[in-house]
Design a protein around this ligand. Structure first.
Ligand SMILES: *[C@@H]1O[C@H](CO)[C@@H](O)[C@H](O)[C@H]1NC(C)=O
Ligand SMILES: *[C@@H]1O[C@H](CO)[C@@H](O)[C@H](O)[C@H]1NC(C)=O
Ligand SMILES: *[C@@H]1O[C@H](CO)[C@@H](O)[C@H](O)[C@H]1NC(C)=O
Ligand SMILES: *[C@@H]1O[C@H](CO)[C@@H](O)[C@H](O)[C@H]1NC(C)=O
Length: 404
């Protein structure tokens, strides 16, 4: 009977021990910390006392808790040579007030879930290898007073949501790859260049560097509170979009200027051609096959009179004939006299070549050359109009001497 009682007592004790062991299992925050540790490379074995068999994580290295509810209030592990990433599980530490992981070797991005730790007062992540952008919802951390992300590899735009952090007293984003305009809004307006040094692509009032678009106008990037929900990549794509629009409009303007220039060129060329054409046209008769061209404006008669005179030339007016054609004397109504050389149309080649040569001849004035006054094309013949030399032609003169 005694034995049975003893066994019963023993079993009660052991089951009570078992029960109590069950109730002493690791707290939620402790399990979360183990998840966070699982993504770290603790090469110095600093976290050896983070044991799953403990009841509470509050005595673990680097951990502090709120005294009343034993919730984790602080992770303090700077200079620990920790590698790996910051686990998204950190979002479950809803009472966390201080996260100090500076001077480690953490990489990866700052998890977006960190913005769920709405009790956070201080974030120290200086001197790691963190990449990516700052979560835009960082504006939800309304108690945040210290944000030090300096000396990482963070990039993208600085979210304007930081401006909503009314209690922010210390901000350091130095020595990263942030770009674009620093929003000049809320608390972001209170920090000077010390908070942003070493980000060569940043611009804005705080760094004394005006933002310019590719067109040279001051950039107008939206930085109102309305874009608080935007995540950094979106912001940076916004920036790239702006840049792209700038580049494209510059190219469009260049193209337009080029087009206008070409158009003006074409127009002036056309104008010149038209001018040339009217110069000649003035003297072109209605009949398409009849054309009169005068040089130097040297033939001060209306073209109808000249053509009439030319058409009425006949045998009586012949003053001589040579290998190239017949020479006539043409007397105008005012008794002005000219020599006209007729070239039969059957004799020559292309009109254009001929006319061009005549234009050259007509443009020359020389004391030893008989002035070519004009040129006329009639249906049946071509006529060259020269000054009339009363003494006769050189041909006459030469042949006359020989014939004496
Ligand atoms: C952890 O860090 C040590 C030294 O810092 C390195 O040799 C090892 O490869 C790392 N392990 C992992 C999984 O990153
Ligand atoms: C931040 O706050 C906004 C509105 O107050 C909410 O919609 C959003 O879900 C919050 N973000 C996080 C990560 O809690
Ligand atoms: C920061 O600003 C101060 C004046 O506000 C100026 O004297 C200093 O040269 C600036 N430093 C840099 C690195 O731009
Ligand atoms: C920010 O950090 C850089 C380098 O980590 C340091 O030189 C600078 O003085 C810091 N600025 C402020 C305002 O603490």
């Amino acid at each position: 009977m005694k034995m049975v009682l003893l066994l019963w007592i023993l079993s009660v004790i052991s089951s009570a021990t078992l029960l109590s062991t069950g109730s002493l299992a690791l707290s939620e925050d402790g399990l979360t910390l183990l998840e966070i540790m699982s993504t770290w490379n603790d090469s110095r074995n600093i976290l050896a006392n983070w044991q799953a068999t403990d009841e509470s994580p509050c005595k673990w290295t680097g951990i502090s808790c709120h005294p009343h509810d034993q919730r984790v209030s602080s992770i303090n592990l700077p200079y620990m040579e920790l590698g790996g990433i910051i686990s998204p599980s950190i979002g479950k530490l809803s009472r966390l007030q201080r996260l100090a992981l500076h001077q480690n070797s953490l990489h990866g991005s700052i998890p977006y879930e960190i913005t769920q730790c709405t009790d956070l007062r201080a974030i120290y992540l200086r001197a790691n290898y963190l990449q990516g952008g700052i979560p835009a919802d960082i504006g939800n951390l309304s108690h945040l007073t210290i944000l030090d992300l300096s000396s990482n590899s963070l990039k993208g735009a600085i979210p304007s949501a930081i401006g909503r952090l009314a209690r922010l007293r210390h901000l350091n984003l130095s020595a990263n790859f942030f770009s674009g305009e620093i929003p000049d809004f809320g608390s972001l307006s209170t920090f000077g260049n010390n908070s942003f040094i070493g980000n060569s692509d940043l611009c804005g009032r705080q760094v004394h560097k005006p933002c310019r678009t590719s067109l040279g106008f001051p950039a107008v990037l939206p930085h109102a509170a309305s874009d608080e929900a935007a995540v950094p990549p979106k912001r940076s794509s916004h920036y790239i979009k702006g840049l792209l629009i700038g580049v494209m409009s510059t190219m469009a303007i260049i193209l337009l200027v080029l087009l206008v220039f070409l158009w003006i060129c074409l127009l002036s060329k056309k104008e010149r051609a038209a001018k040339k054409y009217t110069e000649v046209k003035k003297q072109v008769n209605q009949e398409a096959s009849t054309k009169l061209i005068t040089f130097h404006g040297d033939l001060p008669y209306p073209s109808c009179e000249i053509i009439e005179k030319l058409e009425s030339l006949d045998e009586e007016d012949v003053v001589g004939s040579g290998g190239f054609g017949t020479v006539y004397r043409m007397v105008m109504n005012d008794c002005g006299t000219f020599a006209v050389k007729r070239i039969d149309r059957s004799r020559e080649g292309s009109d254009q070549g001929f006319e061009r040569e005549l234009e050259i001849l007509g443009s020359i004035k020389h004391i030893n050359l008989v002035n070519l006054r004009g040129y006329c094309r009639l249906p049946m013949s071509k006529l060259l109009i020269y000054d009339y030399l009363a003494m006769g032609s050189l041909d006459d003169f030469l042949h006359g001497i020989l014939s004496f």
